[in-house]
Design a protein around this ligand. Sequence first.
Ligand code: ADP
Ligand code: MG
Length: 255
Amino acid sequence: MTDTPVPLLEFRDLRKSYEATEAVAGVSLTIPQGEFVALVGASGSGKSTLLKTVNRLVEPTSGQVRFEDDNVESLPLAALRHKIGYVFQSVGLFPHMTVGENVAIGPRLVGERLSAERIGELLELVDLEPDMAARLPDELSGGQRQRVGVARALANEPQLLLMDEPFGALDPITRDALGDRVRALHAEFGLTTVMVTHDMAEALLLADRVLVMDAGTVVADETPHSLLAGAGGEIAQGLVAVPRAQADRLAELAR
Ligand code: ADP
Ligand code: MG
């Protein structure tokens, strides 16, 4: 380990257009190894599109994404995706496969078979019982399915974890618990994590760094601390104002 952070990920003037829509309109930034980054912004601001250029689910119109200083387009797709865990916005478990088969799908794509023991370990990482491996996704709660999605993303022992609104559909208690679990796993495995969320409170509470997107560009790049101190500009402060006003009202009620 060195003290100097190694940039794991870099966007260089990245752009992606869909006909008239410029979904990503020139993003340049670096993400050092070990950082937990939240990508926040209104619906349609380009968060998912930006995230998907990293594992090449979206091909940029211009610019590039670099992973460990290689243009991702120059890397074999399977090798790239092997290093990246991805938690889908819609969970995306295969309904006809058991939980265990879902967790093992990433390694299987590169010809590796996970043992039942390893699948059990992965489930335990996200606080699920190993014997859940035999169930079908249908037989789980929404929170349990999201946990399986996280276990699946960790199965390849990735360097980078990408999550697209992973907790969006969960009740607040489950959401909080799973957020804390993911943050602990991030530390335990020395991951670099990029989490898309539309919830500024979640971003402030979990991340080391918050990127705010608006109309395809990153309009603020701040620590939670500096956002709470008023930095980041009007759009960022508009998002911070929501949880702050709620916290103030709760404090008022508790008096
Ligand atoms: P977010 O994740 O922040 O909600 P997206 O990245 O999904 O935003 O979308 C950004 C913009 O790009 C939106 O205007 C959306 O309609 C458009 N867009 C995203 N994906 C596609 C696609 N496959 N085809 C056409 N337009 C798209
Ligand atoms: Mg999205």
